[in-house]
Design a protein around this ligand. Structure first.
Ligand code: A2R
Length: 311
């Protein structure tokens, strides 16, 4: 059987299917690097440079997740390694997480829940009023597969949808060719671009000040998209009103300052983390690996390596 390198965790269902066709080796242990033909990894661990250098006969790397900024696709192309990811199967789930964050922030879910649970309702009376999540001007930064799914779910809240991307899309929403321009026009920004150099810290102090003291910043993409230190400062000074965050610059570390703020909602990168969606993502990883093994072609290559598909 061919040899497969496993970087990070995989589900039992993935292991069951892969072990019928491969000998699986753990990247954390000793493994026969030159025998490895296939690599399974995830969007957080990527494929470290030393693994790429050692696995000279690797032909494909299948990543669990849609974002692949942790994988050096140029280095993979140089070595003829095709990279796959898991687009689309998580769109609806990440969109639901986004709506959950927006509702939690606007409707004070966490403080109100604590008010009910602690008995403060009986001793102190009603909880303070919250903000309505309906009829908001919402700016989506990155209107791709997931961004569109978010826009679709926002319709239920009668949102006035704006977006910023590098190129205008054929959609009935208000386009902004600058992020600062969009920030000035909306009450909420939702970040859902890929990570990597082109989006690194594009949500900077100027953007957050433009969003303003009543503005809400939601991030379900990558921590690198927001200047985290500038965000902490803006939230502390009141230049930015609220933040609802699923992702952070140095996961799993979250800045202590954020943990103490009542105008912030924090999640531990669970955008796609349901049993159902993770099963679909895992199945697509394995489908890609087995398709490559059987036909030389993959199902969902990342664009940068798509020209290697079937070659
Ligand atoms: O800029 P465009 O026209 O290529 O539109 C893409 C946009 N985008 C950007 N927008 C502004 N500034 C940038 N530097 C920039 N780079 C890319 O992000 C497109 O509308 C969107 C990405 O859409 P998809 O490629 O369909 O990605 P998907 O599946 O929606 O996932 C987005 C990200 C993943 O990469 C993970 O990091 C995260 O969501 O879970």
């Amino acid at each position: 059987m061919p040899d497969l390198l496993q970087i990070g965790g995989i589900t039992d269902a993935m292991r069951d299917r892969l072990s019928e066709r491969f000998t699986i080796h753990q990247a954390t242990g000793d493994y026969p690097a030159e025998a490895i033909t296939h690599i399974v990894t995830n969007g957080h661990d990527g494929v470290p440079a030393d693994v790429l250098a050692k696995c000279t006969n690797a032909k494909m790397a299948a990543s669990y997740g849609v974002g692949y900024d942790a994988i050096d696709t140029d280095a993979c192309v140089e070595r003829g390694i095709i990279v796959t990811h898991t687009p689309d199967v998580l769109n609806a789930e990440v969109a639901s997480t986004t709506i959950m964050l927006m509702l939690a922030s606007f409707r004070n879910l966490l403080a109100d829940e604590a008010h009910a649970r602690s008995g403060a309702w009986e001793t102190d009376g009603n909880a303070p009023l919250s903000r309505s999540a309906d009829n908001r001007r919402v700016g989506i930064l990155g209107l791709g597969r997931i961004g569109q799914a978010i826009a679709d779910k926002l319709k239920a809240f009668d949102a006035d949808i704006h977006y910023h991307t590098r190129s205008q899309k054929d959609v009935p929403y208000t386009y902004h060719d600058t992020l600062v321009g969009m920030a000035k026009a909306v009450e909420v920004i939702i970040c859902i671009t890929p990570g990597g150099p082109s989006t690194n810290k594009i949500v900077n102090a100027e953007v957050m000040e433009a969003l303003g003291p009543q503005g809400t910043l939601i991030n379900v993409s990558r921590g690198s998209v927001i200047d985290e230190a500038a965000m902490v400062a803006a939230l502390q000074s009141g230049k930015l009103g609220y933040a609802a965050l699923d992702v952070f610059e140095e996961e799993p570390k979250i800045p202590d300052a954020l943990k103490t703020m009542s105008n912030v909602v924090l999640l531990p990168h669970v955008g796609s983390a349901t049993v159902e969606t993770r099963a679909a993502m895992g199945a697509l990883v394995v489908d890609n690996v087995l398709s490559h093994l059987d036909t030389g072609k993959t199902l969902t290559p990342v664009p940068e390596t798509a020209h290697l598909n079937g070659s």
